[in-house]
Design a protein around this ligand. Structure first.
Ligand SMILES: *Cc1c(COP(=O)(O)O)cnc(C)c1O
Length: 723
């Protein structure tokens, strides 16, 4: 076995620790803590206020003075727990041999792979404290890295450090979405500068028309996996270039293109600066497409007989691509003029005629001025590509096969269990399987042991998670109501409104209009009747952001918010603001039913329903994305069938009617039917079926195994592109 990749770094933010707690430094700098609840609990014990405020161990440790350390050093329980945790952490880092993949295939992936997999993505959702993600794509990338770490796969990830991140949402008293920009201060996060071979802080230079732009390279360590994050906000750059990497999914098209040059070109140069020779290159979405340009330029510099077209074809051989959405707006295109302007240095260096490059980026159109389509560009060059569910593979192949030249097969998304399971449910799993989910990689065989968990224990663990959700919502909504100037009586009314016994329906996701967040509000009277039955109480919780440029999405938020504050839905429907990974964890762990009703087939996969299912929370969903293959008749409910009407309005009406019918006739009766002991036994059977169907099949452990076998190994074992 080869040792995990170690990226040399400079020391991080300077703070003092007592010598016998020095181990906490590496722990704080390794995001392993983000999926190890005991680690979070330990940092909270050190300073609960600082942990509550920042949820960042570096921020916590930076603020502790000698007096508090003396107290902790004298606290025997604390010292024992800290040393156990540090032992576990050390074992996790050292133990590269106990991966599921290795046990299952009996193959040593490290030996088979001549170098690491380099994974490129525009966003990473590792933990809520690092706001460099916006939604599903980022969370999936984070979960992918965590599972690569669990599996001891040689793997290195590359992204951007957005100092202004993705916006934070506040909803004002009239329901308008307000956009606040966070500030990501690298010194308060587990980020250290990568060290160049000469010992200085590594910095890469990227060619732009008439100048070079420099990027710092930060390392965020995710268990065994290093994540490199590039950052142009450094003194070496002109003031006009420093904001290039500030904002995730920045609106300005030219700025976006400049940003993607940092990711693609800068990312390759960062790997080279560290002496890393990847064996496979994974482009997760098209934003990193320009890495192919940089690698082609490298190849041409090494072999002067190559022309640019041939070099691009060669570097595509060890590149694989994952397409993530059938929605047109999700596939990045740039005006031709912007591309030839910003890529002028590359075009000069390679002597490729601009029109040839533009043709490689031609989408499915014959128009002479068609914009440069990043998805089409990568699909033409990459040796293989996958979609993120079976249904998505069918729609993606239909759209893209004329360009890719081969069908696009599915590797269905998954979730990282240790990140998304609530603690009570996780304890049940760990007791039943004998595994520690944060340290051991569990294979499919482990989860067959869940049969041994009793209905009472499962229901009890779920109720505990639901209580935690309700406490969390009370605190969050009280803060929101107070900000809106509501009276103390209204705050008291709010506190009483939450009913821990009521059937609680959750809906949280981006408020893109195809997701139809307002479908359940289509017939307000029918919904009010459903929620208003005092003997069978039902409540709904929603959360989600609309992109700052998405006005229709913002109007949906406003409409729903207004409904939550007026009769007859007031006190039965709640809207949490600033949806993030933390809110997601509470919701997917604590509601009773997960609702998803996109317009089929526009949801490529969806992962929030998988998170809910692993926690024993069934889905009520349109047969779209993962649910099209995940629904088995026992683990939840399907809204409608697989045939869609041409007329969107008629489809919405039909789906809404079916949604109400299922809630009224199936969901509510099943939830409220109790056995002699007060247990909703039929409901618990549905919960169990949810877990059984999801726990392995929709985990990133299973998903990663498929990436290794179907994409990484085949391209890595092919003759390398780079000589
Ligand atoms: C899981 C998750 C998502 C993606 O869920 P979808 O089902 O794809 O909408 C988005 N945002 C957050 C914060 C999440 O945790």
């Amino acid at each position: 076995m080869t040792a995990p990749l170690r990226i040399p770094t400079l020391p991080g933010h300077d703070f003092m620790l007592p010598p016998n707690l020095e181990g906490l430094r590496e722990l704080a700098y390794n995001l392993w803590w983000s999926w190890t609840p005991r680690a979070g609990a330990l940092f909270a014990r050190i300073d609960s206020a600082a942990w509550g405020r920042s949820r960042s161990p570096i921020a916590v440790l930076s603020g502790i003075g000698p007096a508090r350390w003396s107290e902790l050093l004298a606290d025997e329980d604390f010292m024992v727990d800290a040393s156990r945790l540090l032992d576990e952490f050390e074992r996790y880092l050292a133990n590269g041999s106990d991966s599921w993949y290795r046990r299952a295939t009996d193959a040593d992936v490290n030996a088979a792979l001549p170098g690491p997999v380099a994974y490129f993505c525009a966003e990473y959702g590792i933990h809520e404290s690092m706001q460099i993600y916006s939604g599903g794509l980022g969370i999936l990338a984070g979960d992918h890295c965590k599972s690569a770490s669990d599996a001891a796969l040689p793997f290195i990830a590359v992204g951007l450090l957005y100092r202004r991140g993705y916006f934070r949402q506040q909803i004002d008293a009239d329901g308008h979405q307000e956009h606040a920009q966070p500030y990501v201060d690298p010194t308060m996060h587990p980020l250290r500068r990568a060290r160049a071979r000469d010992g200085s802080a590594l910095q890469v230079a990227i060619d732009y028309p008439g100048r070079m732009v420099h990027a710092a390279v930060w390392v965020a360590q995710v268990g065994r996996v290093p994540l490199l994050l590039l950052d142009t906000d450094i003194p070496a750059n002109d003031g006009a270039d420093r904001p290039i990497t500030h904002i995730l999914y920045v609106r300005g098209r030219e700025m976006r293109l400049c940003q993607e040059l940092v990711l693609g070109v800068g990312g390759v140069r960062a790997l080279r600066g560290l002496g890393i020779e990847p064996a496979a290159w994974h482009l997760n979405e098209g934003h990193s497409a320009f890495l192919l340009l940089e690698r082609a330029r490298e190849l041409m510099a090494a072999d002067l007989s190559l022309n640019a077209g041939e070099a691009l074809r060669r570097v595509g051989r060890d590149a694989v691509f994952t397409i993530h959405t059938p929605v047109a707006a999700g596939n990045e295109v740039f005006e031709r003029g912007l591309v030839t302007k910003q890529l002028a240095p590359w075009l000069d260096a390679t002597e490729m005629p601009p029109s040839d490059l533009l043709e490689l980026g031609r989408g499915r159109t014959d128009e002479p001025d068609a914009p440069f389509d990043m998805t089409a560009f990568v699909l033409r060059l990459a040796s293989d590509a996958n979609a993120v569910s079976r249904l998505h593979a069918a729609t993606a192949s239909e759209t893209w096969e004329p360009i890719s030249g081969h069908p696009i097969g599915p590797i269905t998304n998954g979730i990282h269990l240790a990140t998304w399971l609530g603690r009570p449910i996780r304890r049940l799993y760990e007791r039943a399987t004998g595994l520690s989910l944060g340290s051991d990689a569990a294979g499919p065989e482990a989860f067959s042991k869940l049969d041994g968990v009793s209905d009472e224990d499962l229901w009890g663990a779920h109720r505990q998670q639901k209580r935690e959700l309700i406490e969390f919502m009370r605190r969050r909504l009280a803060r929101q109501f107070a900000r809106h100037g509501e009276s103390p009586d209204v705050l008291r009314e709010l506190h009483a409104a939450f009913d821990p016994e009521a059937l609680t329906i959750g809906f949280a996701r981006r408020f893109a209009t195809y997701k139809r967040a307002d479908l359940i509000f289509r017939d307000e009277d029918r919904l009010a009747a459903l929620l208003g039955n005092p003997n069978r109480r039902v409540q709904v919780v929603l959360a989600g952001k609309a992109h700052p440029a998405d006005r229709p999405g913002q109007r949906v938020i406003q409409r729903i918010f207004t409904l939550t504050r007026s009769e007859p839905l007031r006190g039965r429907v709640f809207m949490l603001e600033d949806y993030d990974m933390r809110i997601a964890r509470f919701l997917v762990g604590g509601v009773d039913l997960w609702l998803n009703n996109p317009r089929r087939p526009l949801e490529a996969s969806g992962t929030s329903g998988m998170k809910a299912a692993a926690n024993g929370i069934p889905s009520l969903s349109v047969l779209d994305g993962w649910w099209d293959e995940g629904f088995n008749g026992r683990n939840g409910w399907a809204i409608g069938g697989r045939e869609m009407l041409e007329d969107e309005e008629a489809q919405d009406a039909a789906d809404a009617a079916e949604l109400y019918r299922i809630l009224e006739e199936e969901v509510v009766p099943r939830f409220y039917t109790r056995d002699a002991g007060g247990l909703p036994d039929a409901w618990v059977a549905t919960m169990r079926a949810s877990i059984e169907a999801a726990i392995w099949q929709f985990s990133t452990a299973r998903m990663l195994g498929e990436y290794v076998e179907r994409l990484y190994l085949p391209v890595a074992l092919r003759a390398p592109a780079t000589v």
